[in-house]
Design a protein around this ligand. Structure first.
Ligand code: SAM
Length: 304
């Protein structure tokens, strides 16, 4: 996502071999929000800071003016995107909490990156959790979790998979995933990075291999951002930013087609959450003036 403009500017190289740069940049967005006063912040993640590399932390601490300038520059390129990402974190946190209240039995976090919900949402200790990511990112995640907590929690299973290259279904099932349980699948900041065929295979796995009332939540961008026809400069800047760090956007949804897209893939009770919706839900009072990015929407749907 545009968030990659941040890390690029702070000196990370363009490569797709090491840990994900976009995952770290999103963790940095969570750090920024978590530093706001308690009565202002929209989401809170006390562990996000542990996933920020020394290079980025030192840069932001030792060069506060340069860091502020670079944040302002990234805001100019893709206005409001950090706030939209913060809203995404909060929306999914709220969804996990409400799902817990409705008998959630299993949670699968696809493209988990440095997601810390397993460690900061209290009720999740009683749920089977699978965190799925590419090997390099997951290796770094696991090392950091051990550093923070001394050991890995027994209720989390780490599944190293390059979705689309390896078989997600096979790796999940051999890791103990139970297809009969009520499961929530989180694809936060992932849909857009998978090729369309892999998105379809992943949604098909979810629709055909999960218990009653299982559901999926993900965020998505318009197809026009992916194919470069977006009329908004922000859309073109955003695609350029992620492409420059080796993680280009590959999948989007044509405007107005999310319901059809999900219905055709076996989902129902679809909720589409636009930037207007999440601004209204989370950014009021002192946060009223914060701008959202209209290109990022969220979708939630239940397996039929
Ligand atoms: C933008 S980051 C989002 C990380 C995390 N979900 C969050 O919101 O903080 C995208 C994540 O998807 C992972 N990812 C991208 N393509 C993947 C693939 N083919 N298989 C597994 N993980 C993938 C990346 O390694 C990265 O951790």
């Amino acid at each position: 996502m545009q968030e990659s403009n941040n890390v690029k500017t702070i000196g990370m190289s363009k490569t797709s071999k090491g840990p994900s740069k976009t995952a770290e940049t999103i963790a940095m967005v969570r750090v920024g929000e978590s530093r706001r006063p308690e009565d202002e912040r929209v989401c809170y993640d006390p562990y996000a800071i542990c996933f920020i590399s020394r290079e980025v932390l030192e840069f932001s601490t030792n060069n506060p003016e340069k860091y502020r300038a670079f944040l302002a520059q990234s805001e100019r390129l893709v206005p409001g995107v950090r706030n939209s990402i913060i809203a995404r974190v909060r929306y999914i946190d709220d969804l996990v909490n409400s799902s817990l209240g409705e008998g959630l039995e299993q949670l699968v976090i696809l493209g988990a990156g440095y997601d810390t919900r397993a460690y900061r949402i209290e009720g999740l200790k009683n749920v089977r959790i699978f965190e799925v990511d590419q090997p390099a990112t997951q290796k770094r995640k696991v090392e950091k979790i051990k550093e923070i907590f001394g050991s890995l929690p027994r209720y989390v299973t780490y599944v190293s998979v390059d979705i689309g290259v390896e078989k997600l279904d096979q790796r999940l099932l051999e890791s103990g995933y139970d297809r009969s349980l009520k499961t929530l699948f989180i694809m936060e900041g992932l849909f857009m990075y998978l090729p369309p065929g892999t998105v379809d295979e992943t949604l098909s796995f979810i629709a055909h291999n999960s218990g009653r009332s299982s559901a999926v939540v993900f965020d998505y961008i318009p197809q026009s951002v992916v194919d470069g026809t977006c009329e908004l400069e922000a859309g073109r800047n955003w695609q350029k930013g992620v492409t420059d760090v080796g993680e280009p956007f590959l999948s989007g949804i044509k405007e107005g087609e999310i319901e059809t897209f999900l219905t055709q893939r076996g989902f129902s009770k679809i909720r589409n959450v636009t930037s207007k919706d999440y601004k209204k839900a989370y950014f009021f009072g002192k946060n009223e003036g914060r701008e959202m990015n209209s290109l990022l929407s969220f979708a939630y749907a239940v397996v039929e």
